[in-house]
Design a protein around this ligand. Structure first.
Ligand code: ZN
Length: 271
C-alpha cells in the first residue's frame, strides 16, 4: 500500500511529444498516391488501418518519409488514424470514392488460357511486383514510357465477353508496332520474359517499394538483372499475349498496391 502510494505521488506523467506529421493530402481516393513525411529521425514506420509501411530518409536530411499507394481495402468513407512507430499522431486520412467507368471488350476465347503454365507465370509476376527493395533507385518524376493515345485509363471496370473482368490496373497506350519503350525511371529489371497472358513482359524495381510493369511488347530489349536509367530503351510496342492490338500496358505498383501511373508523372513525388 505504502509503496503504491509513494509511487503515485512521485510518478511523473511522461507523455512523449506527438511527432509532427505532414500528409500530401488528407483526403485520398483508391489508386492515388499519398506521401507521409515525419519530422523526427526516430520515426521507423507508419501504420494506416492494418497496413504498415517503412519510413526512409528524407531529402532534407532531417525528416523521414514514404511514397505509398491508397489500396482498395481502405474503405470508401473511412477515416483512419496515422500512427508512427505504433503511436497515434492525431492526423487522419479520409478515403474518398472514385468514379469507375466500365468498358466492354471481346477477346477470342482461345486466348483466355488458364493452366499450370499461366498459374506459374502469374505467381512469378506477382512475386516480382511485390518484392521490396530498401534502396532507392528512382529520382524525380516518372516519364511516359511511350508516346501515344491512351486507349484505356487506369481504374476502368471491365466486362470481358459479357462477364465481370475486374479493374484495369494500369494504363493502355496505343502506339505503332515496334515503337521503342523507355524505362519510366531508374531501376533494376527483375523480370524480362514471355508470358502467355501478358505477352513479352518486363518488371522494373525502382526501390523503396515502387515497381513498374510493361506488357504485350513485340520485343524484350532489357534483360533480367540489368540496371536501367530513366529513358533507356527496354522493349518495343507489340500485341503479344491477351491483347486486341498494338499497345503498351503500363502499370505502377507501390508496396504491392496498384496506382494511377499518371500521378507519378504529374504530382510531386519526392519527400
Ligand atoms: Zn492494359
Amino acid at each position: 500500500m505504502v509503496l503504491l502510494f509513494i509511487g503515485s505521488c512521485f510518478s511523473i506523467e511522461t507523455v512523449s511529444p506527438v511527432m509532427k506529421v505532414e500528409l500530401s493530402s488528407t483526403k485520398v481516393t483508391h489508386g492515388s498516391i499519398l506521401i507521409v513525411k515525419v519530422f523526427d529521425k526516430t520515426a521507423r514506420n507508419v501504420k494506416i488501418k492494418q497496413s504498415v509501411f517503412p519510413l526512409f530518409d528524407g531529402k532534407d536530411g532531417v525528416s523521414k518519409g514514404v511514397l505509398l499507394g491508397v489500396p482498395t481495402w481502405w474503405d470508401i468513407g473511412g477515416k483512419y488514424e496515422v500512427e508512427i512507430n505504433g503511436k497515434a499522431t492525431g492526423q487522419t486520412v479520409e478515403i474518398d470514392g472514385r468514379i469507375l467507368k466500365n468498358e466492354k471488350i471481346e477477346i477470342e476465347k482461345s486466348k483466355l488460357v488458364s493452366n499450370e503454365e499461366t498459374k506459374k507465370q502469374g505467381e512469378l509476376l506477382s512475386k516480382a511486383i511485390t518484392e521490396f527493395k530498401n534502396d532507392k533507385y528512382w529520382s524525380g518524376n516518372f516519364i511516359l514510357p511511350v508516346e501515344g493515345k491512351i486507349t484505356t485509363e487506369y481504374g476502368m471496370g471491365r466486362t470481358v465477353n459479357g462477364s465481370q473482368g475486374g479493374i484495369h490496373r494500369g494504363l493502355d497506350i496505343g502506339a505503332n508496332e515496334g515503337t521503342e519503350i523507355k524505362a519510366a525511371n531508374d531501376g533494376i529489371v527483375v523480370l524480362s520474359r514471355k508470358h502467355i497472358l501478358t505477352g513479352n513482359t518486363i518488371v522494373i524495381n525502382h526501390g523503396e517499394g515502387v515497381v513498374s510493369v510493361y506488357y504485350h511488347m513485340s520485343a524484350l530489349v532489357a534483360v533480367e538483372g540489368a540496371k536501367v536509367k530513366k529513358g533507356d530503351v527496354i522493349g518495343k510496342v507489340g500485341s503479344t499475349g491477351v491483347s486486341t492490338g498494338p499497345h503498351l500496358h503500363w502499370g505502377i505498383w507501390i508496396f504491392g498496391v496498384d496506382v494511377n501511373p499518371l500521378e507519378l508523372i504529374e504530382k510531386n513525388i519526392e519527400f
